[in-house]
Design a protein around this ligand. Structure first.
Ligand SMILES: [Mn+2]
Length: 403
């Protein structure tokens, strides 16, 4: 069966009777003048349809338990096509998502009117910032259709997010492929690390290999040397790599919508100072200990508490912090987040981990006064009894990263 259809059918079981579900792929966002940002589809819409084109709509009714699905895309516009590229034909749209019933978005308002008197619940993805096919915020659209008599609007976002948290076999393979691509691109970038190179050159080498695979970045590449590495989402990438510094890389790419998210920390001159190696060994040991600690049933909060205690214990033993100090002075982010169609894949963090979840494990330590930031991040599949490190083949052992 079409995998998107299979997902939709699982979702429909959770919807109330006499309801409608309306999901939007989103609209392009203006950059400046007549330029737009590259379109990024609403991932919940993509998860259920496989369609990536802006201005598309999934329209579903569940009346007396009977499901009726319609897929809508923007009407064919020959003039627009010769300016901005080829558009999905109705036949391709229906084939991708496995929905036979097709309409153009011109017919959406008429379709919406058919709900009057037929449904009592309308489900929308009310995640802030999601746009309709006309560029209206979905939260605003919700207010508008809230005026349909005898109906209430429900947020379908939590239901879809719970489904997305458990990856199926197809999704796990796509994540494996993206990790392999990211690992390959990272190993190319590593060959460019030397004193005198710039952070942006290392990032460019990584991104070249991703683009060469017709891929995209999951997020803006971080290449941060020296004390730049204490800035978690360091955005500037303008510094020169100096001898004796560390370079922290946090990067991920894909050519299949599912991103990897990998961090490695590399000595610029090919060798660590004694202080750097002490810090690196603690973070590496912590990375491995957390991966070992993972079991279905534990929560991400359990992993975080474990990480904080582990790092504090090791830093105190190494005399790098006082027992009375707060570990948050040196480790000030979460150890894990879910990963998938989004880098920070949406999740219900209160839910315990279960088989099929994919999360990151990314302990770090940051000492601004020593110009040291170390983070080692792997991507982990939760299995029946524990965890599988999907990024195990991306080097992180000291002997693998020194020259
Ligand atoms: Mn991450």
């Amino acid at each position: 069966m079409n995998k998107y259809k299979e997902r939709r059918e699982r979702l429909y079981k959770k919807l109330a009777n006499d309801s409608a579900l309306i999901l939007f792929s989103g609209s392009e966002i203006k950059k400046s003048a007549d330029a737009f940002y590259d379109f990024e589809v609403n991932r919940n819409f993509f998860y259920l349809t496989g369609i990536k084109q802006e201005g598309s709509i999934l329209f579903v009714t569940k009346i007396r338990s009977k499901i009726k699905e319609t897929i809508l895309t923007s009407p064919y516009d020959a003039h627009k096509e010769i300016w901005t590229g080829r558009r999905l034909k109705p036949s391709s749209a229906t084939e991708i998502c496995g929905i036979e019933n097709y309409k153009s978005t011109d017919e959406f308002d008429t379709l919406l009117k058919t709900l009057e008197g037929k449904v009592t619940t309308i489900y929308l993805d009310q995640e802030p910032g999601i746009l309709t096919h006309t560029g209206m915020l979905t939260t605003r659209f919700a207010l508008q259709i809230g005026g349909i008599p005898e109906t209430k609007v429900e947020n379908v976002y939590p239901l879809i997010v719970r489904m997305r948290m458990v990856k199926d076999e197809v999704e796990i393979q796509l994540i494996r492929d993206s990790i392999a691509l990211t690992g390959k691109a990272l190993s190319h970038a590593l060959t460019k690390i030397k004193p005198g190179a710039y952070e942006y050159e290392i990032a460019a080498a990584f991104e070249y290999k991703i683009k060469k695979a017709h891929g995209k970045l999951g997020f803006s590449t971080i290449a941060a040397t020296g004390d730049n590495a204490v800035i978690l989402h360091y955005p500037n990438l303008g510094s020169k790599l100096e001898p004796g510094q560390l370079l922290l890389l946090d990067l991920g790419g894909h050519n299949n919508m599912y991103t990897a998210d990998i961090s490695r920390t590399i000595p610029v001159s090919g060798k660590f100072t004694p202080l750097q190696v002490t810090v690196y060994e603690i973070v590496l040991a912590c990375n491995k200990a957390v991966i070992n600690f993972i079991r279905p049933g534990k929560t991400i909060m359990d992993l975080q508490n474990y990480t904080r205690e582990f790092l504090k214990d090791r830093l105190v033993k190494a005399k790098l912090m006082d027992p009375s100090e707060d570990i948050s002075n040196y480790y000030y982010h979460g150890v894990s987040h879910h990963l998938g169609l989004d880098t920070h894949d949406p999740s219900d963090r209160a839910l315990p981990l279960e088989k099929g979840n994919v999360i990151t494990v990314e302990p770090g330590l940051y000492f601004a006064k020593h110009g040291i930031g170390v983070r080692i991040e792997d991507n982990i599949l939760i299995t029946e009894k524990g965890a599988e490190n999907l990024s195990i083949s991306i080097p992180k052992e000291i002997k693998e990263i020194i020259s």
